[in-house]
Design a protein around this ligand. Structure first.
Ligand SMILES: Nc1ncnc2c1ncn2[C@@H]1O[C@H](COP(=O)(O)OP(=O)(O)O)[C@@H](O)[C@H]1O
Ligand SMILES: [Mg+2]
Length: 381
């Protein structure tokens, strides 16, 4: 029999220009499940960009759409509409065979229940992706499988069946398998959901090490403590993605309120150095910085302009006069270094949100207090 090398379809997939510079780009993604009870939208208008080297945790209540999102990215399932670019490749256009070949090389997938093949040894499980994708020579594959098992610290269990290993060890084996073809991206759905908290911490540390080594990781988790340790957190509520700048500004709000607020945010942009708020003017808007930096100045009666604060992404301004009434107590302008972007609420939406959320009211009051003191100090200098 002639052993013929399988053609690897992913080699022929041309990157498009639509993927921009981010490693992963989701554009206006919808996923509707058609059930006997009717159509169920599990993902709605999802826009998301993930850069190379990011460690992104995805959180959200049970049923919010986390697994659906991961399944779109890994090509386990297809979106109803919208686009998914990974490394510039439009993966929503790949057929099943192309998808399997592409995934095998580009995406390591780690599941909650490990999904190791029970009749194969741990070593053989790690060999499968390399065999499937015809990566490396057979000798290199064996060497690589052992090397990966050493990396995840279970080399001494290489020739055991998965069932002989503890849960944590099985997840390590699953991670070694995910790394077999050296994919740039790891997608993982509740990888610690079946582990005790100490073991969960160790698995998380392993992911962090992989990010340091250059991998990009998307991790769905319901463990808020672990989620916070990732470099970025994406929140899904009812199939929609919460604005990350808003979530960073008001992390204690419920996901439902975060989503409600997200839908009311109006983006605005300003040129470098352009004024955004004039001291003494009427207050009609609340702002959260989403790109660049803004500077807050106090114009004193003696005509001195004192810099009171510099605010960056996820920080807000414009709340003092909206809460207390009266005119703007300071001037805010875009930093002279670069143009800036902000997300804004009008006065009515801001007031309504404060009425809905005691957490947001508390946060705003706390901020008004601290900033009031800063302004008073600057006035006296
Ligand atoms: N194959 C399916 N058919 C119909 N509905 C589904 C299917 N898969 C998931 N859903 C529904 O879509 C919603 C999101 O599910 P899922 O993505 O699994 O949420 P999560 O992972 O956040 O718990 C849930 O309401 C779920 O019941
Ligand atoms: Mg899930």
């Amino acid at each position: 029999m002639v052993w013929r090398k399988k053609k690897n379809i992913s080699e022929n997939i041309e990157p498009t220009q639509n993927g921009k510079n981010s490693l992963i780009v989701l554009k206006d993604l919808d996923k509707v499940y058609h059930t006997d009870a009717g159509d169920f939208p599990a993902l709605l208008n999802v826009d998301l960009e993930i850069g190379s080297g990011e460690f992104v945790s995805v959180i959200g209540k049970s049923g919010s759409g986390k697994t659906t999102l991961i399944n779109m990215l890994t090509g386990i399932d297809q979106p109803s509409s919208g686009e998914i670019f990974v490394g510039g490749v439009a993966i929503h256009n790949l057929n099943e065979g192309e998808m399997a070949a592409w995934r095998g090389r580009n995406m390591g997938v780690v599941f909650q229940f490990f999904q190791l093949l029970p009749t194969l040894s741990v070593f053989q499980n790690v060999m499968i992706p390399m065999d499937f994708c015809n990566m490396f020579t057979p000798a290199e594959r064996r060497e690589r499988a052992m090397h990966l098992l050493e990396l995840v610290d279970i080399a001494e269990h290489a020739h055991k069946l998965p069932s002989r290993l503890s849960g944590g060890q099985q997840q390590r084996a699953a991670i070694a398998r995910a790394l077999a073809n050296d994919p740039p991206i790891i997608c993982t759905d509740e990888p610690t959901g079946n582990l005790d908290s100490k073991t969960a911490g160790q698995i998380f540390d392993l992911f962090q090490q992989l990010v340091k080594d250059g991998k990009t990781i998307l991790m769905v988790t319901h463990d808020d403590d672990l989620a916070k340790q990732a470099s970025r957190t994406v929140i899904i509520a009812d199939g929609e993605i919460v604005n990350e700048y808003f979530a960073n500004a008001f992390p204690t709000l419920s996901h439902e309120l975060m989503l409600k607020a997200t839908k009311k945010l109006l983006p605005m942009s300003y040129a470098a150095g352009e004024p955004i708020i004039l001291q003494g003017s009427e207050a009609d808007r609340f702002y959260i910085v989403s790109k660049g930096e803004v500077e807050v100045y106090l114009n004193r009666p003696d005509a001195q302009e004192v810099l009171v604060d510099t605010l960056g992404p996820g920080q807000y301004f414009g709340e003092i006069a909206l809460l207390n009434g009266g005119a703007r107590s300071a001037m805010v302008r875009a930093s002279i270094n670069s143009p800036i972007e902000v997300l804004t609420f009008d006065k009515k939406d801001f007031t309504e949100l404060l009425g809905d959320s005691s957490e947001m009211m508390e946060e705003i009051k706390r901020s008004v207090n601290i900033r009031g003191q800063k302004l008073a100090k600057a006035a006296k200098k």
